[in-house]
Design a protein around this ligand. Structure first.
Ligand code: ADP
Ligand code: MG
Ligand code: MG
Length: 199
């Protein structure tokens, strides 16, 4: 079973990973966007880490809802509301239990990913964060390590895709040949989850 501390450790590990990789995320966004993805993610996850450290909630659901709210309110770019929605919807799906099973985690993240799809209107293949998140959630039934591998593969597989959503879609065919920044940050978030799960 996974408690609130597990989810706090996930998000703190994610914040540390985002901090380390922020320049690379911004570099990817400079090729097919507006060169701010690392800046947006760093600001958002620093706010998440600060909020969790100053007042850690006592249920898994409340941890994710708090983190989601921070991302929505602190990040101006498209990724803030999208990642915020992912975490908030997943947190709501976990309800008020003090401990949740890995099966409940999988179902909650699936609900979060579905909410991202509804908010942004993207589907897998559109060269967005969903190209990493969707296969990761699908693989989660086989464990956290399988989810990490699926997210990494999904992010890499965005290179030949043409962007159909978000800023990169303005480039049309010129978006082909570049790795999607959001799919790359999604793979970092899934890798952080696998890390704290010991996978
Ligand atoms: P912005 O594009 O507003 O500058 P960011 O650079 O922080 O925001 O985030 C860009 C990333 O957001 C993209 O690489 C893509 O993965 C993701 N994204 C953009 N639009 C959508 C959408 N409609 N659905 C899902 N993900 C999206
Ligand atoms: Mg951007
Ligand atoms: Mg921007």
């Amino acid at each position: 079973m996974r408690d609130a501390d597990f989810f706090c450790r996930w998000l703190l590990a994610a914040a540390a990973s985002i901090e380390r990789e922020a320049d690379r995320l911004t570099e990817l966004d400079s090729a097919i966007g507006d060169a701010d993805h690392g800046v947006n993610m760093r600001r958002g996850f620093a706010a998440v880490a600060e909020a969790l450290r100053s007042g850690p909630p006592d249920t898994p659901g409340a941890v994710l809802v708090l983190a989601g709210r921070q991302l929505i309110s602190r990040v101006g770019g498209a990724s803030g509301p999208l990642y915020g929605t992912l975490l908030r919807a997943a947190g709501k799906a976990l309800g008020e239990a003090a401990e949740v099973s890995d099966e409940a985690v999988r179902e909650a993240l699936a609900a979060g990913v579905a909410a991202v799809g509804r908010l942004g209107g993207a589907v897998p293949g559109d060269k967005t964060m969903l190209d990493a998140l969707t296969p990761a959630v699908a693989a989660l039934g086989e464990g956290y390590g399988a989810a990490r591998a699926a997210a990494q593969e999904g992010a890499l597989a965005t290179v030949p895709l043409r962007a159909r959503k978000g800023r990169a879609s303005y480039l049309g065919a010129r978006s082909v040949g570049h790795r999607d920044p959001g799919a790359t940050s999604s793979a970092l978030l899934v890798a952080a989850l696998a890390e704290v799960a010991g996978a």
